[in-house]
Design a protein around this ligand. Structure first.
Ligand code: AVJ
Length: 319
């Protein structure tokens, strides 16, 4: 994290600049959605989850609270992919068997946001002293070695939030196949998947009236200015969310309002008026489409739950 004692040059992250350049020098221009989540981006995403238009988080939480008792079995370890706070996991960790024993003895949260992960581990150590917490800092798309804390326990993989929607179907299948190998035979996996629905409901969820999603999208440019030495003029770009029916996904873009040139390191990146940077895909799957991805990855689609308005789904996989 940059602090006052650092010079500007020291605060520039060449890896971040390289990741950004890889996407911005291509055609069409892209930036990976993983770049959203610096501290400011995490704060903005949290505000998104509380927006009236963003139905995903509150619908999933209510659904999870309803079905959590059905997931109790032999004492298990909970392995969460993309876990930056414990709100959702807590619903599972609160579960007990008929005899009052905790359903989960160990929790392995995996996330790239190191500071958020460590803060969560510290909170859990205080709030749940009996729980073994083993945070893993890293990209959940890479294979992870599970800690010995899970030996002898049943395993429940947990991938909430429709984060899987950031992956295209082929990537989602590869991720689920890898998670299946990591978790081992007999494991189960619970995946939160946003459902395909009318664009009239989807678009406002990604282009809210208060402009929080616009700020979240534009923060990726502000971050590149702060950390990668870029010189984006934030007023030169506009937030745009579109529904791509063919691909069944919401796309987020940043649209160049005029012809302009942006510098990163020694590269000059030229934008035509109206040219966009594609910053995110958020796939929306019908139950059938998601089942096909999961079974293609070698899982058995055990059960699915949705809310009464059929906004969001939780899929339980086994195998
Ligand atoms: C965290 C990937 C699930 O796709 O809904 C929210 C991110 N982007 N608003 C989503 C996001 C714009 C979010 N995920």
């Amino acid at each position: 994290m940059p602090d006052d004692s650092m010079t500007l040059a020291e605060s520039i992250d060449p890896d971040l600049a390289n990741v950004a350049l890889r996407g911005l020098l291509g055609t069409p221009k892209t930036l990976p959605a993983t770049l959203f989540y610096d501290e400011e981006g995490c704060r903005l995403f949290y505000r998104i989850t509380e927006l009236p238009e963003y139905y995903l988080t509150r619908t999933e939480l209510a659904l999870l609270a309803e079905i959590a008792p059905l997931l109790v079995g032999p004492t298990a370890g909970l392995i969460e992919y993309g876990a930056s706070d414990e709100t959702k996991a807590s619903i599972l960790l609160d579960q007990t068997s008929a005899s009052g024993r905790p359903a989960f003895a160990a929790y392995v949260p995996i996330d790239v946001a190191e500071s958020a992960l460590m803060a969560m581990a510290a909170r859990l150590a205080r709030a749940r002293p009996a729980l073994k917490v083993w945070p893993v800092v890293g990209d959940f798309l890479r294979p992870v070695a599970l800690p010995a804390a899970l030996d002898g326990l049943a395993r429940l993989g947990f991938f909430p939030g429709s984060t899987i929607g950031n992956l295209d179907p082929a990537q989602a299948r590869l991720f689920l196949a890898q998670a299946r190998r990591t978790l081992g035979t007999g494991a189960r996996m619970l995946v939160g998947v946003d459902l395909r629905k009318d664009a009239a409901l989807l678009i406002p969820a990604y282009d809210d009236a208060a402009g929080v999603t616009a700020a979240f999208n534009l923060n990726i440019l502000a971050r590149l200015n702060r950390e990668a030495g870029a010189d984006f003029d934030l007023d030169g770009f506009a937030h745009r969310a579109t529904w791509n029916a063919e691909e069944s996904r919401i796309e987020m873009h940043l649209v160049s309002r005029r012809a302009q040139t942006v510098r990163i390191e020694d590269h000059a990146i030229r934008f035509a008026p109206g040219e966009t940077i594609h910053t995110e895909n958020s796939y929306k799957h019908t139950p059938e489409a998601f089942r096909a991805i999961a079974t293609g990855a070698g899982w058995r689609a055990e059960r699915m739950w949705t809310d009464s308005a059929r906004l969001f789904s939780l899929h339980l996989l086994s195998g």
